[in-house]
Write a protein that binds this ligand. Sequence first.
Ligand SMILES: CC(C)(COP(=O)(O)OP(=O)(O)OC[C@H]1O[C@@H](n2cnc3c(N)ncnc32)[C@H](O)[C@@H]1OP(=O)(O)O)[C@@H](O)C(=O)NCCC(=O)NCCS
Length: 213
Amino acid sequence: MPHPLELYRNKPFYWPDAAKGFKYLCRALLAAPYGPRMRITLRALTDEDIEAHNAGEDEHTVRWLNGAPGTAETTAAHFDSLADNARAERGKRGFGVCLDDRLAGYVDCDPDVTDGLEPGDVNISYAVHPWARGHGVAGEAVRLILEYMRDNRIGIRAVVRVDPDNVASVRVAEKSGFIYVHDFTSGTDKHPDGTPAMLRLYVHDMEAPSRPT
Ligand SMILES: CC(C)(COP(=O)(O)OP(=O)(O)OC[C@H]1O[C@@H](n2cnc3c(N)ncnc32)[C@H](O)[C@@H]1OP(=O)(O)O)[C@@H](O)C(=O)NCCC(=O)NCCS
């Protein structure tokens, strides 16, 4: 029987393990201001959220999500249409994502998106305000919107359409249990130079758990 110290000494050093440990240590340090357990919730957006919502947009939000920064008028109109849809129980349902009660992002599900999709597919979009990124907020927001879709029987499959260069969003889809299907040329989304965007399609069966087990 080898001495325990001998076993330890003979254990090969494995860089991926060390990198993973370092990653979790960094994340714990970054999350420290939000307490050991962050509380992420979804709630309806009102006119009082317009300023914080618009302030939470940056060049990444514009590039990967909305194409142009929101103004007080466009955001108010957007929130009004979300309220109408919620009342009518149809179309795009969107929510503010709160981190410990502070507005930290946005998530929606939209059964009316058809670009690259099949009947029964419901598109999910999300954005997190720059100050709140890197703490798992988007992953948790996606889990909550999937729960909402299940509870309200919205769609057969949830889908995420994402530019492969948007690595953070690709990772959010993958860690939320979405499965890569294929790349396709979008009929609606364009690159800044006007050429059609090539998007990755990720799908999530609504019966499947929202996180890989
Ligand atoms: C995409 C976005 C919502 C992610 O928000 P977030 O709260 O930071 O996301 P999470 O913390 O839940 O997860 C991000 C993951 O991407 C990873 N990631 C972030 N930047 C990365 C990079 N440059 N390279 C590799 N991985 C990266 C993180 O490590 C994390 O993965 P992990 O949990 O395995 O460590 C946010 O960056 C954003 O708002 N972007 C602009 C809008 C947008 O792109 N929306 C999606 C359109 S499809």
